[in-house]
Design a protein around this ligand. Sequence first.
Ligand SMILES: Nc1nc2c(ncn2[C@@H]2O[C@H](COP(=O)(O)OP(=O)(O)OP(=O)(O)O)[C@@H](O)[C@H]2O)c(=O)[nH]1
Ligand SMILES: [Mg+2]
Length: 608
Amino acid sequence: MSAVGPPGLDVVDRLISLTKAGDRSDLLQRLAHTRQRLLDPAVRVLVVGEFKQGKSLLINALVDAPVCPVDDDIATALPTEISYAKSPIAWLVRGMDGAGDAETTRVQVPLDELASHVSEAGNPANRQNLLRAEVAIPRQILADGLVLVDTTGVGGLSSVHTTSTLAALPTADAVLLVSDASQEYSEPEIDFLRQAMKLCPNVACVLSKIDLYPQWRRIAELDRVHLAGANVEADLLPVSSTLRLHAMRADDKQLDDESGFPPLVRYLRNAVAQADRLSRRSVAHDVFTVTDHLAVSLRAELQAQCNPEGGTVLMAELEAAQSRAENLQRRTSRWQQTLSDGMTDLTADIEFDLRDRMRQVVRTGEAALEQADPHAIWEQFTEWLGQQLAAATSDNFVWANQRAQAIAQQVAVHFAEDGGELLPELRLGDTPSTLNAVPELAAPHADDPKLVGKLLTGMRGSYGGVIMFGMLTMLAGAASMFNPVSLVAGLVLGSKTLRDDKHSRLKRQQAEAQMLLRRQIDDVTFHVSKECRDRLRQVQRLLRDHFSEVATELQRSLTESIQAAQKAAHTEDSQRQQRISRLKAELAQIDAVRQDARALLAAPGDRS
Ligand SMILES: Nc1nc2c(ncn2[C@@H]2O[C@H](COP(=O)(O)OP(=O)(O)OP(=O)(O)O)[C@@H](O)[C@H]2O)c(=O)[nH]1
Ligand SMILES: [Mg+2]
């Protein structure tokens, strides 16, 4: 690792000065982003699973510090992000009401107060309304940018958490699904895994508490069968956090091996190395693209300068550039069309899907209410409804996410076909083939998980929030419907027609409960689909802005090459040689930067 900054930083900085000299503010903006990404090498690993499977203790054992509250009964109420810092520090992050991720406030808190905010005991149902806690500690395992995220248990009672955990997945580099060795995978766990794989393909399954369950090997076997059955390709890592902590205390290598942690640590190191490779590749890609842009006008001018008498060559060059510019302009409308059509279809499909799922819930719910005394089953019923709503919205979310990514890719392909043909012709002959260069132009941005993740994390709070909100209104509605006062009033009103009353009252209550259910679902559908539409519109805007920026860069490079070639025709002979050596020197500098960027691709992680 170089002495200052992450690898690649000096390359980017050199390119920034070259770009400043070339007066290309459009390209500088892109490089500023590149630089920012380089300086923030966070590799997020989400630790997820159902209640009490040992997620929090697993993290504590990994970092050998009691950062996450662990308890037999009291649940984790708030996600916690654990990252590296030279000295320990903790923050609470609170979101502004209804705002996206961008608008948050962070308050520093003493480390030992953290538990009272993160656990159900101190912060029941997250009444403090926090988004997450952040802890940074001096631990080697975190030093390369690994960020471990402890999440609230999914599934079971807390179906609300499932959706918010799913929504966080697109931003994760890897996921650890924790399930203890007391029993094989449950159906909801497998369902969750399947959904998770679609949002973040890098998943490992941790089989926890193997010290507690002697039959863990059999469970591991059964789990592997389940994984294969569900077509989930993920490692299964049996571990004991308790043993690991003992091993650390006693500095006992054998005990550590028994704890199963070494393979888990290797998995995490791999995830970091992979993220590092991706980051190098995207830095190199940005460097190649920007140097292409800088070189194109320099080379156009150089050709014209070297060949002042070749008027026809120059004219051909100019005309070719001109027609390329027109081509790009004409085709710009094509990717924009792909984007807007794609998004319109997507919005309609996602809405239809949501309504369809909700209709199923209403149908099943009405049937259940038809056959029972709503009063008697109300508690179970609302619990069931909460799960159904969470399942419907999370499936819908996964699908929206996948489709949005597919559209981003499609637009990228169209765009690359259009814009990609522009630059390679004037390259320094270092690309194996134009075809290879084409998809490279925009694809890394389109499948950049950070980009798509950013687009979709906004959905996080909202989906969960809507459901939570929906449930609260529903419970409030229920309270007024089965108001004890009205029941008592009913009893006092003479006993003569009691039996008749009983039957018709039951019917009436069933009808009212069904109406309440329909109204409730209408409400949730309305809010969720509005959220969804808003978010998708945001996605569309982001993609449009991204590709427009790239189109502007291309356009500008073309204009500059034409101008440069024209300028060459008017250069005095006396100055021509001087200009030629200037151009050659600048091109050599650009080439040197490219060589260094290529070295970034080759170096397989020298930051271990
Ligand atoms: N024996 C043993 N107990 C464990 C192990 N891991 C966790 N536990 C115990 O399991 C219980 C739950 O652990 P947590 O880490 O709080 O579980 P969690 O998944 O974070 O729970 P929630 O956040 O509430 O969903 C605690 O009593 C832990 O001590 C393990 O490896 N061995
Ligand atoms: Mg926990």
